[in-house]
Every structure is written in structure tokens, then in C-alpha cells.
Design a protein around this ligand. Structure first.
Ligand code: AVI
Length: 310
């Protein structure tokens, strides 16, 4: 990503009505560290639920996979520490696996390789650094059947129809006998969801505010972050969790030489974290053109790892 794209996206978003920013820009160095803190918050139940499924339901998932050899391709793999549980189970079930983690960050892929070397010595790991919208092309020519992993509820950060577009895009690189394995946060009690995005320690607020700090640093901005508050809402009908920053006062802010005006209590939409029911997932699977699906949930039914079969 060039500074140009960042600048264009930020200015366009802040000049729109309603104002908006893009959560993909949360993850600079400080934002990534704050996200790690979020992952350890007691209210942010998602990682624990997904890990429970990967640890305790891996065998049930593998029972649905008929072939002996698989390429396991992971989109936005990060350090792969959760995925290691699934790969370990694959090996125990005598599957021959090549693990292909895709991530924008070469540094995190080195950490991923090291974790796999320690936890699963002998596993064949072929990392590919770059934007997975580009690097996915490299895997369609491979001969082994594929399991494409997209974990961590990352699908929830796509707005509306874009989630379905993305799943269709991934499917265009898949063939008969391949599987898409999607980690999805499920609809549940609204208060449980809201608490995950409005933690009392204020880490999620810092995570959102950090994007204003980033704009100040990289785009010569002068946001006074104390003049903004964080607000999250959850709509139990649509399943949309939306995060906003609210301007507490009327103010003018300069970014990249442009003046932006905020009315009192004007909101900037920061992020959507969409929640799905299993029924919603069945519909998405069908609309994306997959044949069948299987859902594997944790003991509280908070989270699903759903397997879509081509
Ligand atoms: C990365 N993504 C799945 C997280 C989510 O739950 O939407 C990002 C996040 N935003 C606030 N807390 C966590």
C-alpha cells in the first residue's frame, strides 16, 4: 500500500457524508500491538472460542476431508499459532500436508515458520508474502486438493455484499474437491457482543483512536484525540456490530492540507464486525456456489468454523 492510496482513502472517507474510515488501516505497528491486547481481553471471546474448535473439533472437521494429501492455504495467516492445532490434527490423522501461509507481512511469516518448526517439525511450509488478492493466483496451478483457511472472523470486517463477493473471489481459485474453511463469529446475546467491542479497560477505544494518531503522524493531521469518543452498537436483526468515533465538540481538523469540519456529536464510521447465524452461512454458501457446508461450533455456540465444499 502506498502513502498515496492511504491519503486518498482517508480524505475521501472524511469528506463523505456520513464520514468514514477503513478498519484495514488500524494495523500500523501500534494498532497491531493494541489488537494483540484486544485478543487477550476477557470480553473479547472470539479467539478462545475459535481455538477451542481447532483444538477439540479438528478430528470431526478432518473426518469430512476424503483425500490423503492437502495443501492448506491460509489467508492472512499471521503467526499461525491457532492453525498449528489443526495442522497437528491433520498430521495425527495421517494426512500429508503442505502449509502455505499467505500474509502481507514477511516479518510475521518468519515468525509463523519458526512456530511451525518448533511445534510441527517436519511440516512442509511454503510461505508467500504479499497481498492475498494478488498472491492467491500462485496457488491455483498447484496439483494437490486445497483447503483454504480464512479464520479469526476476518470475514466480518467486509461490508454487506462485499463478504459474498470476497467468498466468490476465493472460490474462483478453487476446483472440485477443494474446501473453504471459514472462522465466523455467530449471532448471540447482544450484550455479549457489545461488551466485546466496548471493553471497560478502553483498549478498543485506543485501537480506534490510534487511527487518528496515525493520520496525524503520516498525513500531517491535527486531530485532538481527546475530542473524540468511541461508541459501538449491535443490531441483533442484521447482526452488524458498528464502531464509531464521535466528535464531542464542533471542530475543524486539518489533514493533508485539507480542512474538515465536524458538527457536535458527528460520527465517523470506523468498522463493521458482522455476526452471522448458521442459517445466514448456509445462504452465503449457496449464493457463493459451494455444494455443501458443515458447521463446527464451540461448546457455547458462540463461534463457527464452517467448511464449504466445492
Ligand atoms: C480483525 N477483526 C476480526 C476484529 C473484529 O472482531 O472485527 C477487529 C476488532 N475490532 C475491534 N475489536 C476487534
Amino acid at each position: 500500500m502506498t502513502t498515496d492510496t492511504f491519503e486518498k482513502d482517508i480524505l475521501k472517507g472524511l469528506q463523505s457524508n456520513p464520514k468514514r474510515l477503513f478498519s484495514k488501516y488500524f494495523y500500523d505497528h501500534k494498532g497491531s500491538a493494541l489488537f494483540q491486547q484486544i485478543m487477550h481481553l476477557p470480553e473479547y471471546y472470539l479467539p478462545a472460542c475459535e481455538t477451542e474448535i481447532l483444538q477439540h473439533r479438528a478430528k470431526d472437521i478432518i473426518n469430512k476431508l476424503p483425500e490423503a494429501n492437502y495443501d492448506v492455504v491460509e489467508l492472512g495467516a499471521g503467526d499461525g499459532s491457532k492453525t498449528a492445532y489443526f495442522l497437528d490434527a491433520m498430521i495425527r490423522e495421517k494426512k500429508k500436508v503442505t502449509y502455505i501461509p499467505l500474509d502481507i507481512s514477511p516479518e510475521i511469516l518468519s515468525v509463523n515458520e519458526e512456530i511451525m518448526r518448533q511445534k510441527l517439525p517436519g511440516l512442509c511450509v511454503n510461505p508467500i508474502a504479499g497481498d492475498y488478492f494478488e498472491t492467491l493466483k500462485n496457488i491455483s496451478s498447484r496439483k494437490n486438493p486445497k483447503i483454504i483457511l480464512f479464520l479469526g472472523s476476518n470475514i466480518g470486517n467486509f461490508e454487506g455484499e462485499k463478504a459474498l463477493d470476497f467468498i466468490r473471489f476465493v472460490k474462483s481459485f478453487m476446483g472440485k474437491g477443494d474446501y473453504f474453511m471459514l472462522g465466523v463469529d455467530l449471532k448471540k446475546h447482544p450484550r455479549t457482543i457489545l461488551a466485546a467491542y466496548d471493553d471497560p479497560a478502553g483498549i478498543t477505544k485506543k485501537f480506534n483512536i490510534n487511527l487518528l494518531d496515525r493520520i496525524n503522524r503520516e498525513l500531517n493531521g491535527n486531530f485532538n484525540t481527546a475530542d473524540f469518543d468511541h461508541y459501538a452498537s449491535y443490531d441483533p436483526i442484521s447482526g452488524a456490530t458498528n464502531s464509531y468515533l464521535i466528535s464531542k465538540v464542533e471542530q475543524k481538523v486539518r489533514v493533508s492540507g485539507q480542512t474538515l469540519t465536524f458538527s457536535p456529536y458527528e460520527a465517523i464510521h470506523m468498522e463493521i464486525s458482522q455476526k452471522y447465524s448458521l442459517h445466514d452461512l448456509d445462504r452465503i454458501r449457496e449464493n457463493a456456489g459451494f455444494n455443501k457446508d458443515h458447521h463446527f461450533t464451540d461448546s457455547k455456540s458462540y463461534f463457527s468454523i464452517s467448511l464449504f465444499e466445492v
